[in-house]
Design a protein around this ligand. Structure first.
Ligand SMILES: [Fe+2]
Length: 503
């Protein structure tokens, strides 16, 4: 049962027995799911010292299925498992827990999985009259994609627009579904943005049968501030958003599924329409559809943006662009060909500029490295930031992983690369500002990594000003961390209050 085995052919022992019967690379080797939750304190430092001015939590979400899937397993289908590495006073602790979603709760009660994953086929009889269609009615919502700190809680959200799950930021226990005081009656996209200046939470809902987005602004107090419907030419698959102090920037890319095919087959068949433009929609923070302006660019697709900012009449936005997101299936890979192809990322760093007065649109490729999972100092979201930290993605492997940490200097147009040691599977790496303050890159870049041969896991801490020196500190995580999706840094002042003066 190991058709797809480029990694270690020996699976780790802490795995559910059912994975042995499923031939899928995202269930084996480094991707093998774990079987337990963990809480550990006073972690062993393997090399270096934990900097005393590293104060806060590295949080990462990812897929970790509990039970055998119904039908084909896609890496995006695993039950959300949240990993937290906490750093305070030169010491570290670690917590991992599942997100207690509605679907996981029901499955554990029943002992089987009932809902299909994203590869379907979907039981569309669950969508009712077709007007109130919510993806999780027929596709399992795992809350496995992102984590964002908002209003005292961690919000776990799902790739395909799902319910918002609130977690305790220290224990990572699931508190429940967040509805913002009952105001949220749709799902929400996995990539909300929180404005560090006034605490606004910005996000939108989309769906397989909805020819519109529903845009939300929730205030720092957790109460709905604004909601607007944005019409689209058809259902779309946006993934991210950016904002400036005055505008939110929405996405419409020519990569989407055919609704008739979905209705007929129960499968979401996504195609790239290379004759149609990429579009970014500029809407005032509390604006309406009538105030939205679309700007057209080269066809392609973007999963993640770096940042956006205002500069006079211009809005500038940097992100990781895929010029040709065609799903190039390799028929030799059988029923998993579409998933494996979709996860073979090809893209580069790109800049888009939009003039709000003249309507002019400009774009340029900034580099040719194959990079994604891009993060600036998220405390600078919405204003001009100089540095960002990306993962370099190898193009010759069967599964998605990272082989280098890249630091871009957006002012100089340069980059530095640290190549990870062979055999390690690192995670997305956010920036953690030093409690001592200083320049924009005064702080650390943190990640969790697991070695494919012996399955040991570590937290790595880089000095953000010299990432090419490699990790300045390595901390042993006393449990295996499988690769996953998005990570974020939560400053310690949000978790424990202001740092003591000794930092
Ligand atoms: Fe994402």
């Amino acid at each position: 049962m190991r058709t797809y085995a480029q990694q270690n052919p020996v699976d780790p022992p802490d795995r559910p027995g059912w994975v042995d019967g499923i031939d899928n690379p995202y269930l084996h080797g480094p991707y093998t799911p774990v079987i337990s939750e963990v809480t550990a304190v006073d972690l062993e430092v393997v090399a270096g010292e934990i900097p005393p001015d590293l104060y806060g939590a590295y949080l990462r979400n990812g897929p970790n299925p509990v039970l055998a899937p119904k039908g084909m397993y896609h890496w995006f289908d695993g039950d959300g498992m949240v990993h937290g590495a906490y750093f305070r006073d030169g010491r570290a602790s670690y917590v991992r827990k599942w997100v207690r979603t509605r679907a996981l709760h029901d499955e554990i009660e029943r002992g089987t999985v009932e809902l299909a994953g994203i590869m379907g086929p979907f039981d569309l009889s669950r969508v009712g009259d077709g007007r109130r269609t919510v993806n999780p009615d027929y596709c399992k919502d795992t809350a496995n994609t992102t984590l964002n700190y908002f209003n005292g809680r961690i919000l776990a959200q799902w790739y395909n627009a799902g319910r918002v799950h609130a977690l305790d930021p220290l224990t990572l226990d699931t508190i429940g579904e967040e509805t913002f005081g009952g105001a949220l009656d749709t799902t929400l996209n996995a990539h909300p943005k929180v404005d560090p200046r006034n605490g606004d939470y910005l996000d939108y809902d989309y769906g397989d049968f909805k020819s519109y987005l529903t845009y939300y602004v929730v205030g720092a107090d957790g109460r709905l501030k604004h909601r607007a419907q944005i019409d689209l030419p058809g259902p779309r698959l946006p993934h991210d958003t950016t904002f400036t102090p005055n505008y939110t920037i929405l996405h419409d890319f020519p990569l989407y599924h055919d609704v008739d095919v979905l209705r007929r087959t129960g499968h979401r068949v996504v195609q790239f329409h290379r004759d149609q433009p990429s579009r970014f929609g500029m809407i005032p923070r509390l604006g309406t559809q009538e105030q939205l302006r679309w700007f057209e660019f080269t066809p392609g697709y973007v999963l993640h943006m770096v940042n956006a900012w205002e500069d006079g009449d211009w809005i500038t936005m940097d992100g990781c662009f895929q010029p040709d997101p065609t799903i190039r299936r390799d028929p030799a890979e059988g029923s998993l060909a579409s998933m494996l192809a979709y996860l073979r990322y090809r893209g580069h760093l790109r800049r888009w500029r939009m003039n709000l007065r003249t309507g002019e649109a400009r774009e340029e490729q900034l580099d040719d490295l194959n990079v994604e999972f891009c993060l600036p100092d998220t405390g600078l979201y919405g204003v001009k930031s100089r540095w960002s930290y990306h993962q370099r993605i190898p193009t010759d492997l069967q599964t998605l992983t990272f082989d280098g940490l890249v630091k871009y200097d957006h002012a100089q147009g340069t980059r530095e690369v640290y190549e990870y040691e062979a055999g390690w599977y690192p995670s997305e790496a956010p920036f953690a500002r030093s409690t001592r303050g200083g320049d924009e890159d005064a702080g650390y870049v943190v990640t969790l990594a697991t070695h494919v041969m012996d399955y040991r896991s570590e937290a790595w801490i880089f000095d953000a000003r010299r990432i090419t020196a490699g990790p300045i500190c390595r901390v042993r995580i006393p449990a295996r961390v499988a690769p996953g999706f998005h990570a974020s840094w939560v400053p310690g002042r949000e978790l424990w209050g202001d740092a003591p003066p000794s930092h």
